[in-house]
Design a protein around this ligand. Structure first.
Ligand code: GSH
Length: 216
């Protein structure tokens, strides 16, 4: 059994993706909390693990890795069951497009670092983040409509099996809700996200289920 350590934060969407992948693959791991509000991610001890100063960072048998999508792909290659990407090349590319739409097109624009740089006004930060969430989720809804037209239908983001697209979608919807996005405008996206979040792995990965979760 691999020895896995995950440096992460309960509310971090990128961390949530990796927790979801670990839970789906039934991999046990040691949870190390890095408190983003206390700026622990910018301390030398963390930056020496993760030069970006971000979470998540994973260690597998003493080898370290950053970037949630790269981590998800690594986990999928090391522990192939269940697979997180379809076998068919075109279908796999479509799942990757959904992943990147979130990973490159939404999440970086709402990252704490970017929001701090954008404005010191909390309302302005939320308006900015909400805008990019809405823009991205609208595009994702269109991708799901196009997939449907090609016969790719099911409970989840890409058919009836959980894929990396769900691993990114569920945390993104969690973030979008926090920014006040009206998710009913994206019915396919919302239904898929809710179905994936309700799975055993989705529930295990949820922010509220983590040891560092702050309960109000
Ligand atoms: N592309 C990176 C993004 C990681 C990232 O943005 N992490 C956020 C939390 S979701 C973070 O650590 N932010 C801390 C900061 O901005 O200081 C990944 O997918 O792992």
């Amino acid at each position: 059994m691999a020895e896995i350590v995950l440096y992460n934060y309960w509310r971090s969407s990128s961390s949530y993706r990796v927790r979801f992948a670990l839970a789906l693959k039934g991999l046990a791991y040691r949870y190390v909390a890095v408190n983003l509000l206390d700026k622990e991610q910018r301390e030398v001890s963390h930056v020496s693990r993760s030069p970006t100063g971000y979470v998540p960072c994973i260690e597998i048998d003493g080898r370290s890795m950053i970037e949630s999508v790269a981590i998800i792909e690594l986990l999928d290659e090391l522990f192939p069951d269940p697979p997180l990407y379809p076998r068919d090349q075109w279908q796999r590319a479509r799942v990757r497009a959904m992943v990147e739409l979130i990973n490159a097109g939404i999440q970086p624009l709402q990252n704490l670092n970017v929001l701090e740089r954008h404005s010191s006004d909390p309302k302005e930060r939320i308006a900015w983040a909400k805008h990019f969430n809405e823009r991205g989720l609208a595009a994702l809804e269109q991708l799901m409509i196009a997939n449907e037209a090609d016969g790719i239908c099911g409970h989840f983001a890409f058919g009836d099996a959980l894929t990396a697209a769900d691993l990114c979608l569920v945390p993104q919807l969690y973030g979008a809700r926090r920014f006040g996005v009206e998710l009913a405008h994206y019915p396919r996206v919302l239904a898929a996200g809710e179905a994936a979040a309700a799975t055993k792995a989705g529930l295990a990965a949820a922010p509220e289920a983590q040891p560092d979760a702050v309960r109000s």
